[in-house]
Design a protein around this ligand. Structure first.
Ligand code: XIL
Length: 333
C-alpha cells in the first residue's frame, strides 16, 4: 500500500520486470505489478509449445491478450522464448523420436522465429532468441561447442543452431529498421564460472564472426542471466559472471531472478533475513553496473505463485505482504 515502488528506486538504473500469466493482470495482483514493475515477461504463454503446437498452426490468442493488456497498463514486454529444449513441440526437431534432417529442422527453426517475431513486431523490447543451450558446469569451457547441451535442436542441426537462430532473428530485424528490439542469449547457473566461460566463449565466437562480415555490428545484443539462485549463491561469482558478460560489449539483463530459501513454503526468520540480505547484495551489485544492465526481472509476483513455491524464493509472501527481500531491494545499502 504505502510501499516505495521498486521501479522508482531504480528509475535511473534499469527496468524492473516480473513474469506474468493472465491471472496476474487482475485485481490486487495487477495493482502490485503496476506499482513496482515497468516490464513483463510472459511466464509461459510465448513458449514454442504455446505459439505453434502443430506445424504451421500458430495459436497467438492467449499471448496476444496478455501482451495487449500489459501494454495498455503501461508495461513494456520482453519476448520469451523462441528456441529452447523445453516446452517445445516434438515435431519441430524430431520425427518418431529421431532427429529431423538438418534441412527440415533449420526450416522449422527459421519459420518459427520469423512468424513469431513478425507477429509481435515492435510490441516487445527484446527477445530471448535461444535459451539454455549450455551444459551445466562444463569441464572444458573454452571449447564451447563441446559444452553445448545435446538437445533435440543440437542433434538435428548441429552446434551452429544457436548462430542460425540469431541469424534468422537478425534478418527479421534488418527488414524492419523502425523496430527497436534487442536479441538475447539467456541461460541459468550462469554464476558457475565454468558455465559462464562457455557462454562467454560462444557469444564471443558468434559475434566476432558476424562483426567481420558486417562492419563490426553485433549479432547477439545481450546476455540474459536467469539468476535462479539459493542462499548458497556466492555474490562474488555473480559479479565475476556479470563482469565477464559485460566485457563482451553486449548489454546484460537479469531475466528470472529468485532465491530459494526454504523447503516447506514458509521461511524461518533467519532464512527470510538471509534471503533479504542476498537480494540486497545483488541489487547493490546490479546498481554498480547499471550502465550495462537493461532490466532486472523477478520470476513471479509472490511466493505462492512461484514455479518453486515450496522454496519461498520471491519478495512478497503468499498474502502479497512484503518480505525482508523487498526491503533488501529498495534499501540495498
Ligand atoms: C518455468 C515456468 O515458471 C513454469 O511455470 C513452467 O512450468 C516451466 O517453466 N527457465 C526459463 C523459464 O527460461 O521459462 C522457466 O519457467 C524457468 C527456468
Amino acid at each position: 500500500k504505502d510501499l516505495t515502488p521498486i521501479k522508482s528506486v531504480y528509475q535511473n538504473d534499469f527496468l524492473i520486470g516480473n513474469a506474468v500469466s493472465a491471472a496476474d493482470l487482475q485485481g490486487a495482483r495487477l495493482e502490485l505489478l503496476g506499482m513496482h514493475h515497468n516490464v513483463v515477461t510472459l511466464e509461459n504463454a510465448m513458449k514454442p509449445d504455446a505459439m505453434q503446437p502443430t506445424k504451421g498452426g500458430f495459436t497467438f490468442a492467449g499471448a496476444d491478450a496478455i501482451v495487449d493488456q500489459a501494454l495498455a497498463e503501461g508495461q513494456k514486454v520482453h519476448g520469451h522464448v523462441l528456441v529452447w529444449h523445453q516446452q517445445t513441440p516434438a515435431w519441430m526437431n524430431t520425427s518418431n523420436g529421431s532427429p529431423l534432417s538438418r534441412e527440415e529442422a533449420l526450416a522449422n527453426l527459421k519459420s518459427h522465429i520469423q512468424t513469431v517475431m513478425e507477429h509481435y513486431g515492435n510490441k516487445v523490447i527484446s527477445w530471448d532468441v535461444v535459451n539454455e543451450a549450455m551444459n551445466d558446469n562444463p569441464s572444458n569451457p573454452s571449447n564451447w561447442e563441446a559444452a553445448l547441451r545435446r538437445s533435440a535442436w543440437y542433434n538435428a542441426i548441429g552446434p551452429d543452431y544457436v548462430e542460425q537462430a540469431f541469424l534468422a532473428a537478425r534478418e527479421v530485424l534488418d527488414a524492419h529498421p523502425e523496430w527497436d528490439i534487442k536479441l538475447y542469449y539467456n541461460d541459468y547457473n550462469e554464476d558457475n564460472q565454468n558455465k559462464a566461460e562457455a557462454i562467454y566463449s560462444m557469444v564471443k565466437a558468434i559475434n566476432d564472426k558476424y562483426a567481420l562480415a558486417h562492419s563490426g555490428k553485433l549479432l547477439i545484443d545481450g546476455v540474459g542471466m536467469q539468476a535462479h539462485y539459493s542462499l548458497n549463491t556466492n555474490p562474488d561469482n555473480v559479479r565475476l559472471s556479470l563482469e565477464k558478460f559485460i566485457s563482451l560489449g553486449v548489454e546484460v539483463s537479469i531475466t528470472e531472478l529468485d532465491i530459494q530459501a526454504g523447503t516447506d513454503a514458509q521461511l524461518t526468520e533467519k532464512q527470510a533475513n538471509a534471503q533479504g540480505y542476498l537480494y540486497a547484495q545483488l541489487f547493490k551489485l546490479y546498481k554498480a553496473h547499471a550502465a550495462h544492465i537493461a532490466r532486472v526481472t523477478l520470476w513471479g509476483l509472490n511466493d505462492a505463485a512461484s514455479w518453486r513455491a515450496s522454496a519461498s524464493p520471491l519478495i512478497f509472501d503468499k498474502d502479497l505482504q512484503a518480505k525482508p527481500a523487498y526491503y533488501g531491494i529498495i534499501n540495498p545499502d
